[in-house]
Design a protein around this ligand. Structure first.
Ligand SMILES: Cc1ncc(COP(=O)(O)O)c(C=O)c1O
Length: 377
């Protein structure tokens, strides 16, 4: 779960260093007043860590999503497919491009449903966004193949799985563009922040200019003189965010290992049970939630009681459904999308996500697992 649990001395020192180096908080320019560019370093460290050719830091995951959509050319009248179990930001970003969000199902394992997506592709489909929800990787490689077949760009929302990977690479690096969030609830955090990753030079150049008012950003031209080459916006990250982000990135592997230890404790109580959300075969997710699915009758209520007795809460399911289920977003997706979301609402109503917290001891997870196991028999 969140990088906020491990925020400490290193992040405080990194913040102080920005002031000790002259207090330049802006990502660009002021060259004579400093010798450090934290945003640029955070970007290049991210490229190295995740093995991406290019990266563009942004203020948030939401602004990275909007930038990604603009970079692949989404505009008025276009359709963009994304899934029903999601975070509202994807649909908002599509809406903000004056495009139409088309909602496709998730399957019983809460993953992006390729079959339903295929049924929704048509000549107006300009992009597809797959979201890896709650630390478990979705079928991104199959979707990339579909994207190639139909010549549709794939945007990979990896905001909830930063640092997760499969045998072929890190999530966020499979699609044409991948997007991370570093908001306060994410695996690593800098308060608010985002990153766009891509191997496509054209998309990168678009993203770089779009996030900085459409300016050309030519290194040899003085900042005030660089030309505005396209419509853009201000989605810039600050030096303080980046200084903290760099420290958190160094902690990421350890954060995921700590998650995994706790996740495995719970998982060992329920080997291969159909009521536990499963990972795809070769997925090493980010293990920040342990999820019960397909619950029957009163099981969800009983699990909630056991969690309460053990002083544990839930994460998103069911406490933040309105943020994560398209059933609640008729204002963005219209009646058709709302109707299509009913099935997912039902699936999600029978699921419970338990947060994996590094500050909670292994013993506490042992006790919780034993209590839950006793209930399931
Ligand atoms: C799947 C997903 N996409 C996008 C976002 C948006 O990120 P941010 O909060 O950095 O704007 C979030 C944040 O919760 C998310 O969970």
């Amino acid at each position: 779960m969140p990088g906020f649990e491990v925020i400490g001395r290193e992040e405080a020192e990194a913040t102080a260093s920005v002031f000790n180096e002259g207090g330049i908080l802006f990502a660009h320019g002021f060259d004579s007043l400093r010798n450090k560019f934290h945003v640029r370093e955070f970007e290049s460290n991210s490229c190295k860590y995740f093995s991406a050719n290019y990266s563009q830091a942004t203020q948030s995951g939401t602004s990275a999503l909007k930038t990604a959509l603009k970079a692949v050319g989404v505009g008025p009248g276009d359709e963009v497919i994304t899934q029903s179990f999601n975070f509202i930001a994807t649909v908002e970003a599509i809406h903000d491009c004056n495009a139409k969000p088309i909602i496709c199902d998730v399957d019983d394992n809460l993953d992006f449903c390729l079959k339903d997506c295929l049924s929704k592709i048509n000549k107006n489909t300009k992009a597809i966004i797959l979201v890896h929800m709650l630390g478990i990787g979705g079928p991104i490689e199959q979707l990339v193949e579909i994207g190639k077949k139909y010549n549709i760009p794939i945007i990979e929302d990896a905001c909830e799985i930063v640092g997760g990977k499969n045998n072929n690479g890190y999530y966020g690096c499979f699609g044409d563009i991948g997007v991370f969030s570093f908001d306060f609830g994410k695996n690593i955090t800098c308060g608010e922040g985002g990153m766009l990753l891509t191997n496509n030079r054209k998309y990168y150049e678009y993203a770089r200019s779009y996030t900085d008012h459409g300016h050309a950003l030519e290194p040899k031209v003085a900042r005030g003189n660089d030309k505005a080459i396209m419509p853009g916006f201000n989605y810039r990250m600050t030096e303080i965010q980046a200084a903290i982000g760099k420290v958190q990135l160094n902690k990421l592997e350890n954060i995921i290992n700590e998650h995994k230890t706790r996740y495995q404790i719970l998982n060992n109580f329920f080997p291969n049970k159909p009521y536990i959300r499963q990972e795809l075969n070769n997925c090493r997710g980010s293990y920040d939630t342990f999820i019960f699915i397909n619950l029957q009758d009163n099981q969800a209520n009983e699990i909630l009681k056991i969690l309460k007795l053990n002083n544990f809460g839930t994460k998103n399911l069911p406490d933040a459904m309105r943020w994560h289920c398209s059933y609640f977003w008729e204002h963005l997706i219209g009646e058709e999308g709302f109707k299509h979301s009913k099935k997912t609402y039902k699936i999600l109503s029978n699921a419970i996500a338990i947060p994996i917290l590094i500050k909670r001891s292994l013993k506490e997870y042992e006790k919780l697992g034993a209590d839950l196991k006793e209930y399931f028999g």
